[in-house]
Write a new protein. Structure first.
Length: 178
């Protein structure tokens, strides 16, 4: 039954999260563009490589430029990941980095100050690790983070528990949670 339902959803061709992300990517009020109209650097995190591939293809099509999007995932050799990171940080032609958590630890992506979690990890500490790639000492811009969450799903339930977990952490640490 689930396989049949999944196939019907797939054939329907609608993807609410993608629709919202596409709107966000084109929204001048959402900080996506600077005062001259140039696209700002944006990092999009996802949990799975097939989602990363899907997003990379769709974003390249939306922006109309393949070179505008680079990706980092665990299947890339270390040198290729380093090149993608450097391209994102230095090339004016590259505006979007789509990444799995391979880029979430020990990588300075401070050149950007905009981030989207296309899907959320189960562990709230991993959300903080992701955000820490752009929100670092020396960052001069206000950092913005969007979490795309499908309501009435398992992901939505996980997202709903995050404020409670943060509140518990705050109590345990006498309010020293930021």
């Amino acid at each position: 039954g689930l396989e049949g339902l999944a196939e019907r959803v797939r054939r329907a061709g609608t993807d609410a999260k993608w629709t919202r992300l596409a709107e966000l990517l084109q929204d001048p009020e959402a900080e996506m563009f600077d005062e001259t109209g140039k696209r700002r650097k944006l990092i999009i995190f996802t949990e799975h490589r097939d989602t990363l591939n899907y997003l990379t293809d769709r974003i390249r099509t939306l922006l109309g430029r393949n070179e505008a999007v680079v990706e980092i995932h665990g299947g890339l050799h270390r040198e290729v990941r380093r090149e993608a990171q450097e391209s994102f940080r230095q090339s004016p032609d590259v505006s979007v980095l789509v990444a799995t958590d391979t880029a979430g630890e020990g990588v300075n992506l401070q050149r950007a100050h905009l981030m989207v979690n296309y899907d959320l990890p189960w562990n709230p500490n991993r959300i903080e690790q992701r955000f820490g790639r752009i929100h670092r000492i020396g960052q001069t811009e206000v950092c913005h983070l969007w979490n795309l969450v499908a309501a009435e799903t398992r992901e939505g339930a996980v997202h709903a528990t995050l404020p409670r977990k943060l509140e518990q952490e705050g109590k345990a640490l006498q309010g020293r949670v930021f």
